[in-house]
Design a protein around this ligand. Structure first.
Ligand SMILES: Cc1cc2nc3c(=O)[nH]c(=O)nc-3n(C[C@H](O)[C@H](O)[C@H](O)COP(=O)(O)O)c2cc1C
Length: 208
C-alpha cells in the first residue's frame, strides 16, 4: 500500500483482540525500520520500552486512565528520549562508526561530530526536551505506518500520568517519556475524524 493510502486509512484504534500475538521478532523488525527515521545530528536518542509483563500492563491501566488498549493490545511501548545521547562520547562514537563504515571521510566525521557537540552544548534542559520530543515523534509516526503496513492497528497516547508511569516502571531522570504506543489487531474500527481544509493550514511567508 502506498504511504498516501496508509495515511488515508489509518485511524486511532481503541479496541484490540487481547489474544492476538505480535512476536518480538516482528516488533524488532518494525522498530529497526522506524529507527531509520531522521533524527537530529543522528545522535539516535529514541528508546522503545516494550511492556510485555501482564502485571505491568495491569499496573499501567489506571495510570493511563483505564484506556483498555493498555492491557488489550498485543504490544505496548513507552517511547522515550535518552538525555545521555547528547553526551560528547555518544556523538563521537556514532560519527566514528559512520567513518569506519566508509560513509564519510575523516574530515567530514570530525566536522559533523564537532558541529553536533557545539549544537547541544549550551542548550537548556527544556531545549533538549524539545529535541528528544522531535526525534521520538518522527520515529513514532514511522512505527505507526510500518505497523499499519504489516496489517496491524495502532494508537498513540499521551493520556497517562507521567509521574506515576515513571514510578511504576522505575524510569530514571535519564529518560524523557514522550508517549505510549499500543499496537495490535483491532476488533472495532477507530471512528473517523475530520481534518481542516488544507487551505486553512497552509500559510505563505507570514502567519499571525
Ligand atoms: C500525542 C498524541 C496523544 C494521544 N493520546 C491519546 C490518548 O491518550 N487516548 C486516546 O484515546 N487517543 C489519543 N490520541 C489519539 C488522537 O485522539 C487521534 O489521533 C485524533 O483524534 C485523530 O484521530 P485519528 O488518529 O483516528 O485520525 C493521541 C494522539 C496523539 C498524536
Amino acid at each position: 500500500m502506498s504511504v498516501k493510502d496508509l495515511l488515508e486509512k489509518r485511524r486511532s484504534v481503541r479496541h484490540y483482540d487481547s489474544n492476538y500475538i505480535v512476536s518480538s521478532e516482528t516488533m524488532a523488525t518494525l522498530i529497526e525500520s522506524a529507527s531509520k527515521s531522521p533524527n537530529g545530528n543522528n545522535i539516535q536518542a529514541t528508546r522503545y520500552l516494550v511492556i510485555d509483563e501482564p502485571h505491568l500492563r495491569d499496573l499501567l491501566l489506571p495510570i493511563a486512565f483505564n484506556q483498555q488498549q493498555v492491557t488489550d493490545a498485543s504490544v505496548l511501548i513507552v517511547i522515550l528520549g535518552d538525555y545521555h545521547a547528547f553526551e560528547k562520547e555518544n556523538i563521537i562514537k556514532i560519527h566514528e562508526e559512520g567513518f569506519q563504515e566508509g560513509f564519510f571521510d575523516a574530515s567530514l566525521r570530525d566536522y559533523l561530530a564537532g558541529a553536533a557537540i557545539d549544537y547541544y552544548v549550551n542548550k537548556s534542559k527544556e531545549d533538549l526536551k524539545i529535541e528528544l520530543t522531535r526525534d521520538a515523534s518522527l520515529a513514532s509516526m514511522s512505527l505507526l505506518l510500518l505497523a499499519n503496513e504489516a496489517g496491524l492497528e495502532t494508537i498513540t497516547m499521551s493520556g497517562y500520568d507521567s509521574e506515576q508511569l515513571r514510578l511504576a516502571l522505575d524510569i530514571s531522570e535519564r529518560y524523557l517519556d514522550v508517549m505510549l504506543i499500543a499496537i495490535g489487531k483491532g476488533i472495532k474500527n477507530g471512528h473517523k475524524t475530520v481534518r481542516h481544509d488544507v487551505n486553512q493550514v497552509i500559510y505563505k511567508n507570514k502567519i499571525k
